[in-house]
Design a protein around this ligand. Structure first.
Ligand code: FEC
Length: 288
């Protein structure tokens, strides 16, 4: 079971998609309008390229593993629960759950896990991958894009409400582990970490936010920045809008040269890394 955040298929799906993300809490009309505007500006009307990327990744993983792979989305269709039913109807007795996000937080991977467990209701064995932020092939995939750069490297990930730290959530620590491992592998010493894509929920989120961080880097005299969004794996809204549109506009305003590393998407080396994780989980199970 390959799980992803999910993205609306068409522009008219945006209100229902946003309502799903809010989980029944009220949606402010001006925020819905702004979100619809973003998808529209990215050219999403009748089809959505993100869903096509996820499907290509799924198909490539299926071929690489020689096992059936189903896609389950956290906030859109095909739903995680529907994917569980399809897998069970096909006779699955063991399901490996892998999320297309490498770092564990109760609010990210923990949410996917809760959805699979609820849908599965103990009808098959679940081997759930809780985190894969230190997977050597993932580290190398990013490192090879940073090697030899003369830019200041900024690693980014999705922000989350700051209160997660009060509960000992490992999200931030895992992100810093990944960033440190990539910087070491790439021989990069001039780097920093920043969050992005904070929501307007009225509480403090983890920072610094990328837009403030670009201002601070500019004030320190940096002129060239290379962003590596290591908390994500595909070209979705948080990359194409928050970085390629908003952060790029901010950099232009400041006179900073801003580049972004490529996302793994369905790169064969990335698919091979996902397959390796699945094979390892199955091998450990067979050995026990
Ligand atoms: O391209 C797309 O259509 C989907 C892009 C997308 C990804 C993504 C990843 C993460 N999110 C995480 C946490 C939160 C929390 C809230 C929240 C809100 C949104 C909204 C949109 C959205 N997220 Fe997202 N997220 C993506 C899209 N996210 C759209 C709603 C508009 C907004 O607030 O900006 C706040 C929910 C609330 O209001 O209560 C929390 C985390 C990830 C990275 C892990 C993962 O990919 O699962 C964590 C991609």
């Amino acid at each position: 079971m390959l799980m992803a955040y999910g993205s609306p298929k068409r522009i008219e799906d945006v209100p229902a998609y946003y309502a799903d993300i809010r989980g029944g809490r009220p949606v402010r009309p001006e925020l819905l309008e702004e979100l619809t505007h973003r998808y529209r500006r990215l050219g999403i009307e009748d089809s959505n390229p993100l869903n096509e990327i996820t499907e290509r990744t799924r198909a490539a993983l299926e071929q690489e593993l020689g096992l059936p792979v189903f896609t389950g989305m956290k906030h859109w269709t095909p739903r995680i629960g529907d994917a569980v039913e399809i897998a069970l109807a096909g006779g699955a007795q063991t399901i490996v759950g892998l999320v297309l996000a490498p770092h564990y937080s109760r609010m990210s991977i923990g949410g996917y896990r809760a959805q699979v467990e609820e849908a599965l209701a103990d009808r098959a064995e679940l081997l759930f991958v809780e985190r894969w932020h230190d997977e050597p092939a993932l580290v190398e995939l990013w490192a090879k894009q940073l090697r030899g750069t003369d830019a200041h490297v900024v690693f980014t990930a999705h922000s989350l409400p700051g209160r997660i730290l009060d509960d000992g959530d490992p999200y931030q620590a895992q992100l810093l582990e990944t960033a440190t491992a990539i910087a070491q592998a790439a021989g990069v010493t001039d780097w920093s970490f920043s969050f992005q894509s904070e929501s307007a929920t009225g509480e403090p989120w983890l920072g610094p936010d990328i837009l403030d961080h670009l201002e601070a880097l500019h004030a320190q005299g940096q002129t060239h920045v290379l962003v590596a969004p290591i908390g994500f794996v595909a070209d979705h809204l948080e990359i194409r809008w928050d970085l390629d549109t908003e952060a790029q506009e901010k950099a232009k305003e400041l006179g900073l040269r801003l580049e972004r590393a490529d996302m793994p998407n369905d790169d064969p080396a990335f698919v091979a890394a996902l397959a390796e994780i699945v094979r390892r989980v199955l091998a450990v199970r067979s050995a026990t």
